[in-house]
Design a protein around this ligand. Structure first.
Ligand SMILES: [Zn+2]
Length: 165
C-alpha cells in the first residue's frame, strides 16, 4: 500500500495562530477517531471556509487554544493539518495527554465514510508511526469509547476495525 500522505498545511487553509501550543510528552499511545458532525467537505476550496469556522467555534465558543483536532479528513480523502503531530489536542475530555485526535468531516450517524477518507486515515496513522509520532502498538478508539457522546457516528464507528494498521 502506498504509504505517503499529502497533508494540507495550516498555512494552506489559512488557519489562525494558536493561542498557545503544548507538546505531547512522547509518541501518542492512543488515537481517537472523531467526526465533526458538520459538513462533509471535499477538497481545499470547499473545506477552507469550513475549517476556519470549526477553528473559530473551538477557539471562540469553546475557548480552546486552537482547533481541537490534530488532523481533519475530507470526504475525498484530503488530509488537513489541525494542531498537527506531537501537539496536545483538545478533542477527548480527560484523555488528551497521550492521544492524537483525528476527525473525519461529516456526520456519520447518517453518512457512510468514504473509502478515500478511510484510506487517508490509515496512511496518516502509518506515517505517524514511521515518523515516531505514534507508538507502533498504539490503541485506536472511537470517541464514544472514552466519553458520553455519539461521536464518531454509527457508521464511522462500525468502520474502525478497517483502520487498524
Ligand atoms: Zn469526538
Amino acid at each position: 500500500m502506498e504509504q505517503t500522505v499529502n497533508i494540507v498545511s495550516r498555512e494552506q487553509w489559512g488557519a489562525a495562530a494558536p493561542k498557545q501550543t503544548e507538546s505531547l510528552k512522547g509518541p501518542a499511545q492512543r488515537v481517537v477517531i472523531h467526526h465533526t458532525a458538520l459538513l462533509n467537505c471535499k477538497g481545499l476550496a470547499e473545506s477552507k471556509d469550513h475549517l476556519l469556522s470549526i477553528q473559530m467555534l473551538h477557539m471562540k465558543d469553546r475557548h480552546f487554544d486552537d482547533i481541537g483536532y490534530n488532523f481533519l479528513i475530507g470526504g475525498d480523502g484530503s488530509v488537513f493539518e489541525g494542531r498537527g503531530w506531537g501537539v496536545r489536542g483538545a478533542h477527548t475530555k480527560g484523555h488528551n495527554d497521550d492521544s492524537l485526535g483525528i476527525a473525519l468531516m461529516g456526520n456519520f450517524n447518517n453518512d457512510t465514510p468514504s473509502k478515500e477518507a478511510l484510506l487517508s486515515v490509515k496512511q496518516l496513522l502509518m506515517s505517524g508511526v514511521r515518523q515516531g509520532f505514534i507508538q507502533p502498538d498504539f490503541v485506536l478508539y472511537g470517541h464514544r469509547d472514552l466519553g458520553a457522546t455519539q461521536c464518531p457516528g454509527e457508521h464511522l464507528y462500525a468502520a474502525l476495525p478497517q483502520l487498524r494498521i
